[in-house]
Design a protein around this ligand. Sequence first.
Ligand code: ATP
Ligand code: MG
Length: 266
Amino acid sequence: MLVFDRVDYDYRQEKPVLRQLSFGIHPGEFVAVIGANGSGKSTAAKLMNGLLQPRKGEVRLGTLNTLNREDLLKIRERAGLVFQNPDDQFITASVLDEVVFGLENLRVPRPEMSRRASAALRAVQMEAYEDAAPHQLSGGQKQRAAIAAVIAMQPDILILDEATSMLDPQGRQELLQLLRRLHRQGQTIIHITHHMDEVLAADRVLLLSHGELAYDGPPARLFSKDTIAGQPLELPFAARLFQALDLEVPVQADWKETIEQLWAMR
Ligand SMILES: Nc1ncnc2c1ncn2[C@@H]1O[C@H](COP(=O)(O)OP(=O)(O)OP(=O)(O)O)[C@@H](O)[C@H]1O
Ligand SMILES: [Mg+2]
């Protein structure tokens, strides 16, 4: 279990970024993290894998604690982070090297290494770009390669910080399908996104507002009239439709099914 226990963080003392942030994420959960620009999402992501340490409070992964230096290597192996800006991620000269690099660090045996690297590149439709240099790739291709490098490492927790921001609609759809598939196989996923339609793919949503937790619950309830008020959120299409029809947005809904039923009632 990943635990944030009353976490405070600031980059400069006079400007707190996260305040008393507490939540727990169980193995196998698919959690979306949303919030306005500057609300602290990327900061929270970096605290999750020990790139940053809390000023106050603790971040724990099972028995590991990001405040313990000797735990950090294990934490980074177990909590794989895909960065918001894919340029920050690359350290090697080719796409394949990038994926293999992480596996070498984990001391994965050679034959398995190449099997895992190929499977990860295939999963993000990047197998044709194995030998390409990262700077030759488009933004979306870089993002795909960065995702492949992290999923090949098979982390316990997969953390994606706006990893779909540069993908075209089909690329986003494919990534979302990949995430759902991994989730069905038991993968814990933390998906930071501004796309409300992606939020519906998650079991649970955390909404950050000025570094505090403003909502923690199922996606359907987030879009009901009471919780959405005052939050800078764009509603997903299905929720907009319900509100336009002046209907209460259903909690725990299978959206597609509910809309089909509504049409059938006409
Ligand atoms: N390296 C840094 N140095 C100083 N301040 C920073 C740094 N990184 C982030 N901040 C500040 O911390 C706050 C939270 O930033 P963060 O990147 O966590 O937000 P975010 O929710 O990820 O936003 P976005 O949706 O734009 O990605 C912002 O006010 C930002 O200016
Ligand atoms: Mg961010």
